[in-house]
Design a protein around this ligand. Structure first.
Ligand code: GAP
Length: 512
């Protein structure tokens, strides 16, 4: 079996080779954690965005869309808490000049303690077999008790240091003898808070310019427009506002390809509800969002919930939908019950009322909010990495196939004349002229037809339509299915229906 690391490398190189994702400004050696979506990537990304938009906005009478500007009044970020609290605690190594998240260094140390405990448990399990009582062993074995106890103590000191005094976090790092993972040096600077927002300026002259931020989440554009949308759309609580768009974070540990980027896209929906009803809606959206993911058919086993124990100051419940990426289970989407924190904060900082008059209750209130927030780039990575497969065929040969959900595939069908003569290209072009109004279709006449099939497999195209000499006689073609490689002879007039049946969003979303 291929190693996780190799699978991931393969994903990155396939994305580049087949025109899905390029490193940004590659001619200048790229820009760290910034990527460009290429000719096929942009289509796949657009289709994921549409699949989300259709299920959230078009299918729900009480959810409407919004496209707020990336640049917002700077007080927005004071109110939301991002100016004061959207920080990572950083520490530099004086010798290596490398920068790390101080909390991650301590957490990695604790992970090692946990691994040691697990090793002891596994050893005992193997020794005692069925008679092994893990619960008892964990509380009585001296070494396991020591490892886990130490871990607990360190994490609680870390949490205290993070809120009270970052000097204590540095002292903890020194006391534990934590070294630079790359060089082994223990020569550390103090720990400093580093704000993740990118700053920019508005205005022509240096004196009059106003400091702005590139938004770190799309959600605040929704909050500040809450009353505009509610009034102009005559929306009744409960209702939602959905938005997709770019967000920017100056991530320090930006690794893992498009998983953690500095410029990325979010698909967020804020659902405004009556105070006291937020838990009902929180569970509803947790459930609905998981069903949306499952409708794409990437495998139930690849998803799990992670319910947060430690909640952000504005939340009274939160969970992540985690996905099994090539580097393990990681957050794909967040579902948060954000209480009335954001709207109340904007009321306070703007001096304007952001309240809703509930005619049924005959009262004014600031609604509570349940948020669903999924990263479009992470969705792309989840879909792309899971779909990329190496298959061994019956004759022993192998093929690389990108088994994208057909509804998301960049190109739905490729039309291939068997040979470049005898009028076959002309018939192929006619088929394309007819289908292109409804589907993204491609024409390919280069190389032997078998190689063209393989190329379309690697691009994730669900259908290849081959025009041959029989087509000239009876207006039939062969249609080849990507996943089964099965070929059927069908009438040209049947093509639209066959493709539509496999790629229509309706058929896919009905699986929810
Ligand atoms: N409005 C809530 C919010 O922004 P978040 O958990 O910080 O919550 C939501 O982000 C989602 O955005 C994440 O689940 C992830 O999919 C995506 N995301 C966050 N940071 C990202 C980054 N640096 N690169 C790519 N996607 C990111």
């Amino acid at each position: 079996m291929a190693k996780q690391e190799d699978i991931f490398k393969n994903v990155v190189s396939h994305a580049k080779e087949y025109g899905f994702i390029f490193p940004s400004s590659e001619v200048y050696d790229g820009l760290s954690a910034v990527y460009d979506y290429a000719q096929n990537g942009v289509e796949l990304k657009k289709n994921i965005r549409e699949y989300w938009w259709k299920s959230m906005v078009q299918m729900n009478e009480n959810i409407v869309g919004l496209d707020a500007a990336i640049l917002m009044h700077p007080t927005t970020w004071k109110a939301s808490g991002h100016v004061d609290a959207f920080n990572d605690p950083l520490i530099d190594n004086k010798d290596s000049k490398k920068r790390y998240r101080a909390d991650t260094l301590v957490e990695d140390y604790c992970k090692k303690l946990e691994d040691k405990a697990k090793k002891e448990i596994d050893k005992a399990k193997a020794r005692f077999g069925d008679a092994f009582n893990e619960e008892e062993f964990v509380t009585t074995n001296a070494r396991v008790v020591e490892y886990l106890g130490k871990k607990k103590e360190i994490l609680s000191r870390l949490a205290k240091g993070m809120t009270d005094d970052l000097q204590d976090v540095k002292a903890l790092i020194e006391e534990l003898g934590i070294a630079d993972p790359e060089t082994g040096s223990k020569n550390w600077t103090d720990v400093k808070q580093f704000n993740l927002m990118f700053g920019t300026k508005l205005g022509a002259s240096a004196e009059s310019a106003m400091d702005l931020y590139l938004r770190p989440e799309t959600a605040q554009g929704i909050f500040v427009n809450f009353l505009n949308v509610q009034k102009s759309g005559r929306m009744k609580v409960p209702f939602g506002i959905a938005q997709t768009g770019k967000a920017f974070r100056n991530e320090i540990v930006a690794r893992q390809f498009i998983f953690r980027m500095r410029e990325f896209e979010q698909m967020e929906m804020q659902f405004f509800v009556r105070p006291g009803e937020e838990m009902k809606w929180y569970h509803h959206w947790k459930d609905t969002r998981l069903k949306w993911h499952l409708s794409l058919g990437l495998g139930k086993e690849n998803y799990r919930f992670h319910d947060h124990e430690k909640l952000a100051h504005y939340a009274n419940a939160a969970a992540d939908i985690e996905f099994n990426f090539p580097f393990g289970f990681k957050e794909l989407e967040g579902i948060h019950s954000r209480t009335d924190f954001d709207l109340k904060a904007h009321e306070k900082y703007s001096g304007r009322k952001l309240q809703y008059f509930d005619a049924e209750l005959n009262e004014n209130y600031v609604p509570y909010v349940v948020e669903t927030s999924v990263g479009l780039d992470r969705m792309f990575l989840a879909v792309f990495a899971t779909s990329l497969q190496e298959e061994t065929l019956e004759d022993g040969s192998t093929r690389t196939v990108l088994k994208l959900p057909a509804v998301l595939a960049p190109t739905k069908a490729a039309v291939l004349p068997l040979v470049k003569k005898d009028g076959l290209p002309e018939v192929s072009r006619k088929i394309i002229e007819d289908l292109k109004w409804d589907f993204n279709v491609a024409y390919d006449e280069k190389d032997a037809v078998g190689r063209r099939y393989r190329r379309q497999d690697a691009l994730g195209t669900p259908f290849c339509i081959t025009v041959d000499h029989q087509t000239l006689e009876d207006e039939t073609v062969t249609i080849r299915h990507r996943d089964t490689m099965k070929q059927d002879r069908v009438k040209i007039t049947e093509l639209r229906g066959i493709i539509e049946n496999e790629v229509s969003m309706k058929n896919w979303l009905m699986k929810m």
